[in-house]
Design a protein around this ligand. Sequence first.
Ligand code: OFO
Length: 162
Amino acid sequence: MISRKMQDALNQQINEEMFSSYLYLAMSAHCEQEGFKGAAKWFGVQAAEETSHAMKFFKYILEQGGQIELKAIAKPEGPFGPLSDCFEKALKHEQHITACIHKLAEQAVAEKDFATQNLLQWYVNEQVEEEAHAGEIVTRLKMAGANGLFFVDAELGRRNAG
Ligand code: OFO
């Protein structure tokens, strides 16, 4: 059983994860329209991953006998700009998600909610990876410059689901 306060906070995080999915889907469409098919695929895979993050919270709340409250998903705001801007925005967004996860972890510790602490540990680790990946791509795009953009794009297109 989780507290009402924790249930509400986890429901809010479902919304954050679904918004992440929406945001990356919008970026995927933008990249496709700009002719960056590799980045479009990368963001599409990322969008699906974010939905799976939301579903992990969804299942957990139900397993703990809690109530699901699905809130409205905000519209992702463009313009997303050139490829390097997209990934810089993605990195910034992941830093925001990391802050959300850390706040949830603080709450779980304060409530001595060991089961939720355990669940959140997975997200803490996941965020380290997500920030690292987005950060690496930002660096690669900067190094590639205008001439190397399509080379990096081809590399991004090799990302597989999962
Ligand atoms: Fe991109 O991260 Fe979810 O949690």
